[in-house]
Write a protein that binds this ligand. Structure first.
Ligand code: ZN
Length: 446
């Protein structure tokens, strides 16, 4: 049943074009689509009682590496900078199989769902031992989240002066062929799509200039989106200047990697001219504050990006560098970090929630998601504000200042995925056990 009435919410934060907040309101979803947001609506199917709750659009995660949930808090990488951290983890990731990809994706997606996420992208850029993109697509289909997996890639291994071991890189012709295969097999461009595939070389330092250019041509030919890591930290900028003789933003633009069909993760180190260029071209950003803090990369210029009009979404990034994957906690971190950089009035709780909802949906090319309004998809997060986290709050709707960090209920395309704080689409306890067994085996093999 994908017809459901979310009834009598204390507050509905619509994130519509006028950012309405409706008190004592309902959200009607019919066949997966929101047909009305208002008061006293008539039940047409299932009913979810939202009394004592704040209702928001489902949160949108614009950057993740789900497979990394199997390598959280690995001792050798706990305190390293980006490049050293990668070199610690690559040999472990080289042992992954399709089973590792499937289970780790289920864990990562369930963690996102419980923290309010209804739409997530993923960036899978290594395919050892027969692993394929569809290992994660099948996981998302079971969990029930709307999914935008991207076919990532690395082609410059150690013997060519790159960072990853040769066993984790692929031939560039094979990469492009597999991009075509997964787009043809799994990409659904329809408005209610539960799976849209993107093209995503890992970063400018792990593939050739030719592959970056060819990937952009292929993505545009197929009408799919493009994603990569960009300008993550000072090492990244230094590498770009030394290797390419230009800053990352210029490198991206020269290869066709700007435009409304492109979004870049991190962008911590974009300068003023790159920000202006991204604004002009409507190139999107996946802001990953916890990961940037964890790896000591810096504070992304989100205030400047937003003020310039750069589409900005939120991402938890891979669980090896966060190491958590709680999206509403990530939104709070985004709010706090801009205040560290720019003062207490630099970002409100409402603006951070906006970035986490409609902001991310727009970055992923899904303007029909991330807002609660007639015609939008029925993706809704329902937060219980009657508990201890909100006790004493004078403004329970300011969720990111004081509020729960997990949802009470979660609805995706009108289908209930979380009920009373529990996943209803999977046996989470069993999946956690499987994940822990796989992680132990990886550790014991070192
Ligand atoms: Zn990343």
């Amino acid at each position: 049943m994908t017809t459901v009435l979310i009834q009598n919410a204390d507050v509905v934060l619509t994130m519509d074009d006028t950012r309405r907040a409706l008190h004592g309101a309902d959200v009607q979803i019919e066949n997966g689509q929101i047909t009305e947001v208002g008061h006293g609506l008539t039940p047409l199917g299932d009913v979810i009682n939202a009394a004592g709750c704040v209702v928001t659009p489902g949160l949108v995660n614009t950057h993740h590496h789900l497979y990394q949930t199997l390598t959280r808090a690995v001792p050798g990488g706990q305190d390293a900078l980006l490049f050293g951290w990668l070199q610690t983890l690559y040999p472990i990731w080289a042992r992954f199989t399709p089973d590792h990809m499937f289970t780790s994706a289920q864990i990562g997606l369930a963690e996102l769902a419980l923290s309010g996420c209804t739409l997530s992208s993923d960036h899978l850029y290594l395919y050892p031992n027969g692993a394929r993109l569809e290992d994660t697509i099948h996981a998302a289909s079971e969990v029930g989240l709307r999914f935008q997996p991207t076919r990532g890639a690395m082609s410059i291994g150690e013997s060519d002066g790159g960072l990853p071991p040769d066993s984790l890189v692929e031939r560039e012709a094979d990469i492009l062929n597999d991009c075509i295969r997964v787009i043809d097999a799994f990409h659904d461009a329809s408005p209610n799509s539960m799976c849209r595939v993107g093209v995503a070389p890992c970063s400018p330092f792990s593939v050739s200039t030719e592959l970056m250019r060819d990937a952009a041509i292929l993505a545009r030919d197929k009408g799919v989106m493009m994603h990569t890591h960009l300008a993550e930290n000072d090492e990244d900028i230094a590498y770009s200047l030394e290797k390419f003789g230009k800053r990352p933003g210029q490198y991206a633009q020269d290869l066709g990697w700007t435009g409304p069909d492109v979004w870049h993760a991190h962008c911590v180190k974009l300068d003023a001219s790159e920000i202006a260029m991204f604004a002009e071209t409507k190139t999107g950003i996946a802001h990953c504050p916890c990961s940037n803090c964890r790896l000591g990369s810096g504070i992304a210029p989100v205030r400047a990006l937003r003020d310039a009009g750069v589409p900005t979404g939120l991402g938890v990034d891979g669980s090896a560098s966060n190491d958590a994957g709680n999206l509403v906690a990530e939104a709070r971190q985004a709010m706090l970090l801009q205040r560290v950089a720019n003062g207490a009035d630099a970002m409100s709780a409402g603006e951070a929630l906006e970035i986490a909802t409609r902001g991310g949906a727009d970055v992923l090319g899904r303007p029909e998601c991330g807002r609660l309004q007639t015609g939008a998809r029925g993706d809704v997060a329902i937060w219980d504000v009657s508990g201890i986290e909100s006790a004493g709050s004078w403004d329970p709707a300011a969720l990111l200042l004081a509020g729960p960090t997990t949802v009470k209920h979660l609805v995706v395309e009108g289908r209930q995925i979380v009920r009373d704080g529990h996943m209803v689409t999977m046996d989470l306890e069993k999946t956690v056990q499987t994940q822990n067994r796989l992680a132990r085996q990886l550790r014991d093999a070192l």
